[in-house]
Design a binder for this molecule. Structure first.
Ligand code: HPA
Length: 289
């Protein structure tokens, strides 16, 4: 039986009564620092939230943080759950559906990834414009939950073109060299073999990692707009001069962490200005002044 997100959402709502997050953020390996910039209203360990899947990976704190960032009401997963941890893929729908039930309309996903391009090495950021789900797993397999979205839906422009333009403009303003490309989700937990990497290159991958596609699929299913950024921690197997390891991922994730934090904060500030101008109604979070 899949976990019921409504129970989890009710618990989170009670922790921050009346607060409606507009943006959901998922922080990848070694990127938890952004969470420290949030004006926290509530911070909930995953294990305290009923029906919430648990993360077991070092570098993933496993907390849901509710508050304000860049002036926007946000909810942030500090740490995420991966398919390679052996969870039921359907359980990965829960965090994103909790976001949806709380009122989130925009999802920002971050991850650590290996790059296929020598000129885009550790310390660089890559804006995702599409993905290849190479895991053969999908949280939406099984009976469709019509309360969230239709059985069949398009994944064209899943990575919102307007947000991509916004991110590129913000990166330019901040003088951050932002690459752009296609993310391939490899199940893991091992890093890829060089032969797999050669195969993925012919498939059109620009970056490879072990996360992100489940969250993006669930978000698009329920109509959220999505942006995603990879923090490049290494060149892919075969190109990298050092042996890949999780320690290296965490160490190199620090190189661009600050750039990524700045990029997201300024993006949220622009988004807030846009929302104030646009048709989207303001809510009771005190955003309308
Ligand atoms: N492969 C898969 N996952 C990763 C990598 C990689 O090269 N780097 C960081 N996460």
């Amino acid at each position: 039986m899949a976990l019921d997100p409504f129970v989890a959402a009710d618990f989170v709502k009670e922790a921050a009564p009346g607060f409606k997050p507009r943006v959901g953020i998922v922080l990848g390996s070694g990127l938890g620092g952004l969470a420290e910039k949030i004006d926290v209203i509530a911070s909930l360990p995953f294990q305290d939230i009923p029906n919430f899947p648990q993360s077991s990976v070092e570098g993933h704190a496993g907390r849901l943080i509710i508050g304000r960032l860049g002036g926007m009401p946000v909810i942030c997963m500090q740490g995420r759950i991966h398919l390679y941890e052996g969870v039921d893929p359907q359980d990965l729908a829960v965090p994103i559906r909790v976001f949806k039930l709380l009122g989130v309309e925009v999802l920002i996903v971050t991850n650590a990834a290996g790059s296929f391009h020598e000129e885009v090495g550790p310390g660089r950021l890559m804006l995702l414009n599409d993905h290849i789900n190479f895991t053969s797993r999908n949280p939406l397999v099984g009976e469709n939950d019509d309360r969230f979205g239709p059985r069949f839906f398009s994944m064209e422009e899943a990575y919102d073109p307007i947000f991509r333009d916004h991110f590129k403009a913000v990166a330019k303003e901040l003088d951050i060299d932002l690459a752009e490309g296609v993310y391939l989700h490899y199940l893991g937990p091992n890093f890829e073999t060089p032969a797999e990497i050669r195969a993925f290159k012919t498939l059109g991958a620009d970056a490879v990692g072990m996360s992100t596609t489940p969250e993006v699929l669930v978000a698009r299913h329920c109509g959220m707009r999505v942006a995603a950024i990879s923090n490049i921690t290494n060149l892919v197997a075969g190109l990298s001069k050092t042996k890949l390891s999780h320690e290296q991922t965490l160490e190199c994730a620090k190189l661009a962490a600050e750039d990524l934090e700045k990029l997201i904060v300024i993006f949220l500030e622009t988004l807030k200005r846009e929302l104030l101008k646009s048709h989207l109604r303001e809510d009771d979070n005190g955003d309308s002044q």
